[in-house]
Design a protein around this ligand. Structure first.
Ligand SMILES: [Zn+2]
Length: 328
């Protein structure tokens, strides 16, 4: 008599927040993370380097190794983080999860050596996402790693039901934000600032990141595109739509944390991300249109010249004479 194989556990829904940096991905993640059955885990691509190796702060304010949530996740996934060969995992990540391997991620069957490494790394990720779901009790885990390669990779992780939400913000707002100095509070004992870069460089990244995220849809990953400007204008409507996309059906009272123009934020145990991930309590939801007043005209023209095809595709007016960058 043969014994029946135990039924595999149900898949964990991973809601992947994709977008170019400074598009409001942390804001979207935090809004969604307040809903029941949803766990906002942060930018999980940085878990190994900034969490385990750097011991940077979790969204709850604790150092990574002192956070009860992540300690429990490590136990659940690997029998404790010290049981994980971090050098090997990071080597695998470097060999698997990068833009240059996108062709192999799309067609791993064609690339034997890549495929073997990818399967090893995917097995680590499967344990990780499942443990986050188990410890939080949430059926939906949000990973706001943002970049396209990680979304391509997640398609191959067994036990993961991947849904993409692609957040787009007007290129001028993104480019202006990258020219400003922003403090990084998670590096507790030093004066650290987020990276800055020229507007033209950001505009090129904006094109590349958004195009690659548009292509994820072609690989039959359920995808939902959302504009940052629309989210901040009608947060309840858009948060509801994204949660439905992730398989949740929130009713009215469940979204009481989300009012017109504000959100009430509790603690989230997030790895990496914008400094807003530490915010607790009421947060006003207003689109940041500072670029429309402060961005030099030359910079604006360069950004328009580089990004106009996708601006039009996403429904933005090129001239934006009112400066608000409001979608059509
Ligand atoms: Zn924490």
């Amino acid at each position: 008599m043969t014994q029946r194989e135990p039924a595999p556990p149900p898949p964990v829904t991973v809601l992947y927040v994709g977008g170019t940096g400074r598009s409001g991905t942390t804001l979207l993640e935090r809004i969604l993370g307040q809903a029941g059955g949803v766990c906002a885990a942060g930018e999980l691509v940085f878990l190994w380097e900034r969490g385990l190796r750097g011991n940077e702060r979790c969204g709850c304010g604790e150092r990574f190794d002192a956070c009860p949530f992540w300690t429990q996740v490590g136990k659940e996934a690997f029998g404790g983080w010290d049981q994980l060969d971090l050098d090997e995992v990071q080597a695998l990540q470097r060999q698997v999860d990068r833009h240059r391997y996108l062709p192999a991620m799309v067609a791993p069957r064609l690339m034997g050596a890549y495929r073997r490494r990818m399967e090893r790394y995917a097995a680590v990720l499967e344990r990780l996402y499942r443990a986050i779901s188990t410890v939080s009790g949430a059926g939906v885990v949000i990973d706001s790693s943002k970049n396209a390669p990680h979304a391509y990779l997640l398609r191959h992780v067994p036990g993961v039901d991947l849904r993409l939400v692609h957040l787009v913000r007007r290129s001028h707002g993104v480019a202006y934000s990258w020219t400003k100095q922003v403090h990084r509070p998670e590096v507790a004992d030093s004066e650290a600032f987020m990276h800055r870069q020229p507007a033209a460089v950001t505009a090129l990244y904006w094109m590349k990141d958004n195009l690659l995220l548009d292509l994820v849809r072609l690989l039959r990953v359920p995808s939902h595109r959302l504009r940052y400007e629309s989210l901040t204008e009608r947060p309840r409507e858009h948060a509801t739509a994204v949660l439905r996309h992730a398989g949740r059906a929130p009713d009215g009272p469940e979204l009481e944390f989300l009012g017109d123009g504000h959100v009430d934020l509790a603690v989230d145990h997030t790895v990496a991300g914008n400094p807003m991930r530490f915010h607790r309590g009421r947060l006003d939801l207003r689109a940041d249109h500072e670029w429309s007043r402060a961005m030099p005209r030359g910079q604006r023209l360069i950004v328009t010249a580089i990004t106009w095809p996708l601006l039009l595709r996403y429904g933005y007016r090129l001239g934006a004479p009112d400066g608000a960058g409001r979608p059509r």
